[in-house]
Design a protein around this ligand. Structure first.
Ligand code: AMP
Ligand code: MG
Length: 421
C-alpha cells in the first residue's frame, strides 16, 4: 500500500493526473452528429458571408445618389422596374431613374447601392414616392461583410454548440474533424451489487453508481462502457480489470478503502498498473486512487455514491474534458453567500451539495442538511457544489464561498421576468 504521505491536495491530485489525459487523435463525422464535440483543427472560412449583396429590409433597391435629396415635402418619384425576392431569379442591372422592389434576403440588383425601406415610401401603380434620403450601403448586407473566405472562424478545441453548428452549416460544411471521444470502462466492485431490475436478496443493493457515472460521462461527451460488476475477489477483479484496460480510460468504483475486502489497489498492482497516489484531501472521497497502465489512466473511485459523484466531478471530469479536446477544462467557481451557518471539522476541502439561487446581484446558496457520503437523496435538486476550505471550521451565515454551478444551473422566474420586462 502507498503510505498516507502520498495524500494529495485536490490541486496536486488534478495536476498530477492531467498529463495522462491527452487527446486521442481525430475523426471526421457528419455535422448533424457533431453537437457537443470538440474541433480537432482550426476552421477557415471557405465562402464569403453573406455570399452575395442582399437587402436587410423590405423596400426598394435604389441608386443612393438619386434619392439623396428626398424628403417628406419633396419626395423623389421613380419608376418601379422588376422585383427581387429571396430565392427568386437574380435581378438584372438597375437602370438609372428606376428602382427595384426588393425583400429581405433578396439579392441586390447590380447598379443599386442602397435600400429605401417600405415605410419611407408610397407606391402608386408603376411609380414610387420616396420620402427619406439615403446613402450608399444603407440597409444592404454586403457580400463578405460578416466574414471573408480564408478567415479563421473556429479554433481547435472549440466545442460545437448550436451556434457553431449553424456557422459551419452556413459554410456548407457537411463533415467536421473532431477529437475522438474516450471510451471509459466502468468497473464496479462489491459482492452486494445487483443490476437494475434484478431481484434484491437480503443484504444486496442496486449498483446505482454505474448508472450515475454512465450519465455523467455521457454529459461530458465521453463514451461510457459499463462492465458487469465484479465480486470482492482478487482474481475476479484482476480479470475484469484486464478486460477494462481495452478502453481508453478505466474507472473502478468501490474497494479502495482500508477494509479487508478492499482489494482494488492490490488488483491494480497485479495487472501492472503503476499507482501514483491513493488518498486526496477531499471530503467526501478521500480514498480516491490514481495510476497508469502503460500510459493509460486508471482511476479508483470510492464506492459511496456521493463520494463517487463528487470525486468524479471535481477530479476526473476536468481531466476527461482535456482528453476530449477542451482547452479550458476546469470549472470556474462563482462566489456565493451561505444562507445559514455551517459547522464542520476542518482538515480537508469539503465539497458540499447545495441549492443556489439569485438574490439581487448575488448568488445565495443553502447546503443540504444531510452531507453524509452515502446519502443519495442529498443530491436531489442540487445545482451547486460548494467548496468549503480545509482550514475553516465555522462558517457563519452570509460567509462568501466558492461554488461550482452544476446540473440545471440557476433557475428563477422572478429574476427572469424582472430582466426581460
Ligand atoms: P466501498 O468503497 O466498496 O467500501 O463501498 C462503500 C459503500 O458504498 C458501501 O456501502 C457499498 O455498498 C457502497 N457501494 C459500493 N459500490 C457501489 C455501487 N457501485 N453502487 C452503489 N453503492 C455502492
Ligand atoms: Mg466494497
Amino acid at each position: 500500500m502507498l503510505r498516507s504521505g502520498s495524500m494529495r491536495t485536490i490541486a496536486e491530485a488534478v495536476r498530477s493526473m492531467l498529463p495522462a489525459f491527452e487527446t486521442l487523435g481525430d475523426e471526421e463525422i457528419p455535422l448533424t452528429r457533431a453537437a457537443g464535440r470538440y474541433l480537432a483543427s482550426d476552421f477557415v472560412a471557405v465562402a464569403d458571408s453573406p455570399p452575395f449583396d442582399n437587402s436587410a429590409m423590405d423596400g426598394y433597391a435604389v441608386r443612393a445618389a438619386e434619392v439623396a435629396a428626398a424628403s417628406a415635402k419633396n419626395p423623389v418619384r421613380l419608376r418601379v422596374r422588376g422585383e427581387s425576392r429571396a430565392g427568386g431569379d437574380m435581378p438584372t442591372e438597375l437602370e438609372p431613374g428606376t428602382v427595384c422592389r426588393i425583400f429581405t434576403g433578396a439579392p441586390m440588383p447590380p447598379g443599386a447601392d442602397a435600400v429605401v425601406i417600405q415605410e419611407d415610401t408610397k407606391q402608386d401603380h408603376e411609380t414610387v414616392h420616396i420620402f427619406e434620403p439615403s446613402t450608399g450601403g444603407r440597409h444592404v448586407r454586403a457580400r463578405g461583410s460578416d466574414l471573408r473566405t480564408g478567415e479563421t472562424i473556429l479554433r481547435r478545441g472549440d466545442r460545437l454548440w448550436p451556434g457553431e453548428i449553424g456557422l459551419l452549416a452556413s459554410q456548407n460544411v457537411a463533415r467536421v474533424c473532431v477529437y475522438r471521444q474516450p471510451r471509459v470502462a466502468l468497473l464496479s466492485t462489491g459482492d452486494e451489487l445487483k443490476a437494475l431490475g434484478d431481484e434484491l436478496a437480503p443484504g444486496t443493493i442496486v449498483n446505482s453508481n454505474v448508472y450515475v457515472l454512465s450519465e455523467m460521462l455521457s454529459l461530458l461527451g465521453a463514451i461510457p462502457q459499463p462492465l458487469p460488476a465484479s465480486s470482492d475477489d482478487l482474481s475476479s477483479i484482476e480479470a475484469a480489470l484486464r478486460k477494462a484496460l481495452e478502453a481508453d480510460v478505466v474507472i473502478t468504483m468501490g474497494g479502495v478503502s482500508v477494509g479487508a475486502y478492499d482489494l482494488v489497489q492490490e488488483a491494480f498492482r497485479r495487472v501492472g498498473i503503476d499507482l501514483e497516489f491513493w488518498k486526496v484531501r477531499i471530503k467526501p472521497g478521500k480514498p480516491l486512487t490514481f495510476g497508469q497502465h502503460q500510459g493509460k489512466p486508471v482511476i479508483g473511485l470510492p464506492g459511496n455514491p456521493i463520494s463517487a459523484m463528487v470525486t468524479f466531478e471535481i477530479l476526473v471530469a476536468p481531466c476527461l474534458r482535456q482528453m476530449l479536446g477542451d482547452r479550458e477544462p476546469h470549472p470556474q467557481p462563482v462566489i456565493a453567500r451561505l444562507q445559514h451557518a455551517y459547522h464542520r471539522r476542518p482538515g480537508r476541502v469539503e465539497i458540499a451539495r447545495g441549492v443556489a439561487t439569485r438574490r439581487g446581484g448575488e448568488i445565495e446558496v443553502s447546503l443540504h442538511e444531510h452531507q453524509g457520503s452515502g446519502s443519495l437523496p442529498s443530491f436531489v435538486g442540487v445545482n451547486a457544489l460548494v467548496i468549503l476550505p480545509s482550514d475553516r471550521a465555522d462558517l457563519e451565515a452570509g460567509a462568501e464561498v466558492d461554488a461550482i454551478l452544476w446540473g440545471s444551473g440557476l433557475r428563477g422566474s422572478q429574476s427572469f421576468f424582472d430582466a426581460v420586462s
